[in-house]
Design a protein around this ligand. Structure first.
Ligand SMILES: Cc1cc2nc3c(=O)[nH]c(=O)nc-3n(C[C@H](O)[C@H](O)[C@H](O)COP(=O)(O)OP(=O)(O)OC[C@H]3O[C@@H](n4cnc5c(N)ncnc54)[C@H](O)[C@@H]3O)c2cc1C
Length: 469
């Protein structure tokens, strides 16, 4: 174990609560402690890993995940899931995701291997001692908060946070006060559902991919899979092996070369446009007039942000999956830096980005760095929203980054190194390969990818920083 928390230069030490022990929460805890703060991580599950702690259980009584304020099951990972990006690009900057003997040594390993990596990360840096497991946060609110004339806080640094949590099996709610709260609760658990006529009266099975685990329950069924992004494609590809028919309903029929190859290869896989309505008699009618009699509708339609425990008196709101206002997807200007979010952005190389967020939060809390003024942060958020509106990007894509320059610009705030060129290259080449060779991209790659892989393995990330034995 490396006790890197001993190396900090003591400045202003805060008492910080990190909510969640997934990748974001773990790296946040590490960085914030390293900066000299006291950290408690509250985690509702029995172990670390977040999404990567596979859970064979599902929400049985609520297959669409509509009813519960707090979900019973966090992870949406299915049994066969393999990473969509190669392992080399996934590691935190000083903890490479190495191939280990007697483990899943593939470049795109199964989900369990990433859980092992996170476990190794915890052990190496002694993170477990900060975590209280089986402890669900049920309420986070401000203890004292005074507004200035323009709605900005008068004394942000002195806001205190009340955190109420409940340990599983114990009937007692524990109330604690912290100087700062870091929300790292993830956003791949609460189903985002389409609104389809007849959905509420559908008598047969319907469920969201949040509760999909294995294909066997769909043996000999006619299944309509709604949504053809990553999960929709993956799940359809394994369902065709057991189901009688799989009907993949996509927003656009302009699909990737890789997916059309898969469709033409399997006689029981059919592509359709969006569903127009669902009839009580099991009929799913598509907008082109075609219809099928289906046993199950499986919504692979993505996930929504949800913070059912968070009470900011309306300062941070979720509007059609836009969590805001958040300066740089991390800090609500009126409450920063005592309230922050790690892991909100999507469509980027997650782990190193979460790490840069964590470092920024840690340095702001210790006073080593300062944020721009409230006016400047609000203006930046406004301009960002305006740029999205001007490009006709729907609100629910607010936190989709898909842009390496943004990650580099973000890193500049704290002098964090830019993403290595090989990380960017390997990420892009995996995406392109998946686009063309959907069924095989995790196991076969071209010469260009191979060269990038050699660059990666010879880079300091792998050669100089290898802390693992
Ligand atoms: C099907 C699927 C496939 C994916 N594939 C990839 C991939 O190939 N590569 C990739 O980079 N990413 C992938 N992801 C995204 C994945 O979510 C991220 O890699 C990563 O897990 C995000 O980390 P996080 O810590 O922000 O959130 P999470 O991993 O979701 O962790 C959040 C943690 O917060 C805890 N928590 C939540 N609410 C509370 C509460 N009220 N009180 C206490 N604890 C709480 C949860 O139990 C959990 O441990 C995939 C996601 C899904 C669903």
């Amino acid at each position: 174990m490396v006790s890197d928390h001993l190396y900090h230069q003591q400045s202003q030490s805060k008492n910080v609560c990190v909510i969640g022990a997934g990748p974001s929460g773990l790296v946040a805890a590490r960085e914030i402690r390293k900066e000299g703060h006291t950290v408690v991580v509250l985690e509702q599950n029995h172990d670390v890993g977040g999404q990567w702690l596979y859970d064979p259980n599902v929400e049985k009584e609520d297959p669409l995940g509509k009813k519960n304020k707090f979900l019973k099951v966090h992870s949406s990972i299915y049994a066969s899931l393999r990473l969509i990006s190669p392992r080399e690009i996934m590691g935190f900057t000083d903890f490479p995701f190495l191939v280990k003997k007697d483990r899943d040594m593939r470049r795109f390993p199964g989900h369990e291997e990433l859980w092992y990596y996170l476990n190794d990360f915890c052990e190496w840096f002694g993170l477990r001692e900060m975590i209280r497991f089986n402890t669900r946060v049920e309420y986070v609110g401000m203890l004292d908060y005074a507004y200035g004339n323009n709605g900005s806080p008068t004394d942000v640094m002195n806001i205190k946070w009340v955190v109420k949590s409940k340990e599983k099996k114990a009937d007692k709610v524990v109330e604690e006060v912290f100087d700062a709260v870091v929300v790292a609760t993830g956003h791949y658990s609460y189903p985002r559902l389409p609104s389809i006529k007849g959905m509420d009266t559908w008598k047969r099975k319907q469920m969201h991919s949040h509760i999909y685990r294995v294909p066997e329950p769909f043996r000999n069924e006619v299944v309509v899979v709604v949504g053809n992004s990553l999960s929709g494609q993956d799940i359809s590809m394994e369902l065709v092996e057991v189901a009688k028919e799989v009907h993949l309903s996509a927003k656009s029929l302009n699909i990737s070369e890789g997916l059309s190859k898969v469709v033409s290869k399997h006689q029981n896989l059919h592509l359709h446009p969006q569903i127009e309505y669902l009839g009580e008699d099991g009929k799913a009618t598509f907008i082109d007039g075609s219809l099928v009699i289906a046993d199950t509708i499986l919504y692979c339609t993505g996930y929504s942000y949800s913070f059912p425990f968070l009470d900011t008196k309306g300062i941070v709101v979720i509007d059609d999956d836009r969590v805001g206002p958040l300066y740089e997807h991390t800090f609500p200007p009126s409450l920063a830096p005592s309230l922050s979010f790690v892991g909100i952005p999507r469509k980027l190389i997650g782990f190193p980005f979460f790490e840069s967020q964590a470092k920024w939060i840690a340095q702001l809390l210790s006073g080593k760095k300062t944020l721009p003024s409230w006016d400047e942060m609000m203006l930046s958020v406004k301009e960002f929203y305006h740029s999205k509106d001007a490009s006709a990007i729907p609100k629910h894509y607010t936190h989709d980054i898909a842009n390496f320059e943004y990650c580099d610009k973000y890193a500049d705030h704290i002098g964090f190194p830019h993403l290595e060129e090989w990380r960017k290259g390997l990420c892009l080449s995996a995406l392109m390969n998946a686009d063309v060779n959907l069924e095989t991209y995790r196991d076969c790659w071209d010469e260009h990818d191979h060269e990038l892989l050699q660059q990666a393995l010879q880079s300091p990330h792998f050669t100089q920083l290898q802390p693992q034995v």
